[in-house]
Design a protein around this ligand. Structure first.
Ligand SMILES: *Cc1c(COP(=O)(O)O)cnc(C)c1O
Length: 388
């Protein structure tokens, strides 16, 4: 397996974690070639998660945009987002390598919920580390995880948010790697995690390729996806890296990329080390991580997957951004025209093609609708000043 993508990636992990990472790489490589593993995963993706997801032609919205817009409907998956593609894969690796417990960290709670679902389904114990501040802010997701039998560990150290939860989960993994599996939430972290998560999410692009050929008899001109850590984007892009297809990653410009309140890491970040990987980061001149902001919690991460940093540096993918207000306009537009309420994360991808519609004139464009917006209704109401 490739440990690096150009200069990015690698294993910037403490030495005592190295045996666990090596073991994971060996286990994963072996299971990739194991028919029983692949059959089990495919049957769960089909019968449990709801794959394949439709590739839907947005026939009401397309004429006003001036191009054919197709939506890859990851929002229709069980749990409401693409994250389950990855957690089912990783938790199955955990189970088939004899682990008793999976642990995960979560910010807004979406990866925690997706891990809790997979652990419940496969009968493993689940512990989710979450910053104490996030536990308070996301009480609904905390309860959702607990309903599925997961234990939520509130982390009181540091800023009591995602990065502290990651530190605590890693600390726990260090001393329990024998019977505990660390389930990573995006294409980030030390090798082999970015490759594993990319592989499990690549089903998105694999299906897009098949479906768009069936519907239009050719490949799309462009694929557009939002980028937080980068898993839904890389999952949609991976099958097309060697094709003549524009690949556009849309980051969150928050209140504007020049305000400091954003998380447009590929667009504005610089190279450094975080969470075991060398990648683009939002950091100050001393290498301290800058606070990031987006109205969509799932995009609010100060790093990005190393393979995306590489693909952006060689100009194979385009890194662009859309802000909070553009995101909200896109939510309204899709809801009113097509009756689909997208997740705020996914709405960033849509916002970009709406505001740059002339760039895509007469083209065939696929936007990856990574998740549904039910979880975001309160945020949307607050934004528009509606009292619920
Ligand atoms: C978590 C999440 C994202 C961001 O994560 P990536 O790894 O960048 O895909 C995007 N969309 C939805 C719906 C999410 O839940």
């Amino acid at each position: 397996m490739k440990k690096k993508y150009g200069v990015y990636g690698g294993q910037y992990a403490p030495e005592i974690l190295m045996p666990a990472l090596k073991q994971l790489e060996a286990d994963y490589s072996r299971l990739c070639g194991d028919e029983g593993f692949r059959d089990k995963l495919n049957s769960m993706l089909t019968d449990y998660a709801g794959r394949p997801t439709p590739l839907y032609f947005a026939e009401n919205l397309s004429p006003s945009l001036g191009f054919d817009l197709f939506l890859k409907r990851e929002d229709l998956l069980h749990s409401g987002a693409h994250k389950i593609n990855n957690t089912l894969g990783q938790v199955l690796v955990a189970k088939q390598t004899g682990r008793k417990r999976v642990i995960a960290e979560t910010g807004a709670g979406q990866h925690g919920v997706a891990t809790a679902i997979a652990a419940a389904k496969l009968g493993l114990e689940c512990e989710v580390y979450m910053g104490a501040k996030d536990v308070k802010r996301q009480s609904l997701n905390v309860f959702r995880m607990e309903l599925m039998g997961a234990h939520v560990k509130s982390v009181e150290s540091g800023s009591k948010t995602l990065k502290d939860a990651i530190n605590e989960a890693l600390r726990h993994w260090l001393s329990n790697a024998k019977d505990t599996f660390y389930c990573m939430g995006s294409v980030v972290g030390p090798h082999p995690y970015p490759a594993i998560v990319r592989d499990f999410q690549s089903v998105i692009g694999f299906e897009i390729k098949k479906q768009v050929k069936e519907k239009k008899g050719r490949l799309p001109d462009a694929i557009v996806a939002c980028v937080g850590g980068g898993s839904n984007a890389l999952g949609a892009f991976n099958e097309f890296l060697g094709e003549d297809v524009r690949l556009v990653g849309v980051e969150a410009a928050g209140e504007g990329v020049d305000t400091g309140k954003h998380c447009a890491t590929l667009c504005t970040g610089s190279d450094g080390v975080l969470h075991g990987m060398y990648t683009k980061l939002l950091q100050d001149s001393f290498g301290q991580i800058n606070p990031s902001h987006s109205i969509s919690a799932g995009l609010d991460y100060p790093g990005v997957g190393p393979q995306l940093s590489h693909l952006s540096s060689i100009n194979r993918i385009e890194a662009v951004s859309a802000g909070d207000s553009e995101c909200m306009d896109a939510v309204k537009m899709l809801a009113e025209s097509e009756g689909i309420l997208p997740a705020l994360e996914s709405a960033h991808a849509l916002a970009y093609v709406i505001k740059n519609k002339n760039e895509f004139k007469d083209k065939l464009v696929v936007v990856n609708l990574s998740g549904r917006g039910d979880k975001d209704v309160q945020t949307i109401a607050d934004y528009f000043g509606v009292d619920l």
